[in-house]
Design a protein around this ligand. Sequence first.
Ligand code: CUA
Length: 328
Amino acid sequence: WASASAGVLALVFSLTGCSGGQQSTLDAVGPGARRTEGLWWLFFGISMGIFVEVMALLGWALWRRRRSRVRIKDGDAVGFISALGVVVPLLILILVYGVGLRDLNALAAPDDEPTVNVDVVGHRWWWEIHYPDRPQAVTANEIHIPVGESVRIRLTTADVQHSFWVPQLMPKTDLIAGKVNSTWLRADRPGRYRGQCAEYCGQQHAFMALLVIAESRPQFDSWLAGLVPPTDEPLTDAEQRGRAVFARSACATCHTVRGTSATATVGPDLTNVGGRWSLGAGAAPNDPGHLGGWIVNSQTIKPGNAMPPQPVAPGDLPDLIAYLRSLG
Ligand code: CUA
């Protein structure tokens, strides 16, 4: 029945838009998610076995009743019900419980010592990311990790409860106010793994996505090094004008760009905003057009987010976009 059930699954996935590949527990890329995937297939196999058995018994009962016209007397069914209705389910539940406990225990910590620490703070609706071993290494909505190494993640929230979930790497861990929870990640192969807040946290819960980027050790080190120092690369004239617009507008009252006078922490740190995968935690692609739209009125892209519309003069907007694109 394995091939038949795979066919049913393919049909279900095609109907629900769940394609496998991106953001799927059934495409595990690390030891954490592989545990969940194994459990999923175990539960699925047991459920399919029970379904087939119940349907077979139902068919048999209908067929027999028609043929024999014998009425079942009270007491006849006691042994049958005791075996299939009590003993077998109990054995299955004990098995599933045991396997669940084994996996829960295995997920508590990686079997090697983590080489990287990441602190994550949940906000409505974005992720603040710190690398505590490197002071000032701050970004938002994306976590770079070295491939094949375990990474310790510490989680807390600045407002309501959220849940950190990167299905291809690890099951969910909640972010609870006043508490620091921890989990870990390890990716066995390089790639970009989408994650998602998995605890309803308000209007834009769906656009509280993040990206985990697993890359080689040298790539990771150079990305991390690039987070810290202010870029000394010379700015073009437009970028310089944009920097001045940024400094005198409301931008700098909420955001930080390290190496400049903007040091506010209300919104995401923008020091490497030009290199990030998205705007608004997955709400829009990070390209010049969407960036302009986001600055002028992000409420049209992600209604309810904390950033009010910005009255930037139309003549200043291209310079401001050029400056922000130059960061990172
Ligand atoms: Cu944060 Cu849902």
